[in-house]
Write a protein of this length. Sequence first.
Length: 272
Amino acid sequence: MGRTQPMSTSESLAPPAAPPPLPAAAPGRPPRVWKFWATLGWSLLLYLAMTAAAAIGIVLAVNWYGIDIGAATDKGAFLNNGIVVAATSMSGTLPVLLVIWLAVKLARQSPADYLALRLPSLRHACIGLGGIVLLMVVIDATSKLSGRPVVPQVLIDGVRSASEHHALGFFTLALVVTAPITEEIAFRGFIFRGFAASRLGIIGAVIVSSLIFAGIHVQYDLITLAGVLATALLLGFMRAISGSTLLTIAMHALNNLVVLVEMLWFAGMFST
């Protein structure tokens, strides 16, 4: 019977053999950016979500404030009623932001990165906020010199109708808060990002997104639409050079706040 050979000192102190390495985990799918056509597709979904929510919001608001829909003989005047305008903006905010969140989630990116929700530099903030004020002065001066009203009548009628139903707070919240947030995240955040990543490039993204933005403001005449387009181009330009959608939200809110003050002034509400 054979004898077992004793282990040497070096062998007894040797560490145990390492286990075989585990197979490498499969790499995760990389983040993406929706390009031109995909962004247009998502934008159509945004529009449908906003339209459906607006219809519900308008019904709820006009009933809350006691507006008789059946008595409205002028469809244009009804749609430009301040309460209807405010309800459209406020009811569409959550659905639009949810659709954008879903699109960004499926792109495997964070909303802050994809939508450029970051603070601008002080220099860009000064340029953007100063630029929007200067542009408004130019637009108002041009209207005055050409004999046109500084504030379109459709806006004056809107703020008056809101005041008549004691809904100025509702109207102000929609105009100065929800509208800038929703529109800027949609246009200068989501749509701009997708267009800029396509063959349009940054300049094309600024121009095309601005044209679409102006196109949704169908309640205005062509001259007023030109001012809306100029404002959109400035917002797009500042989004491009600052890399901040938060800046364009602030610019848009400042623009709408000044417009609100002008509406109240020309509607004669400061003298009552």
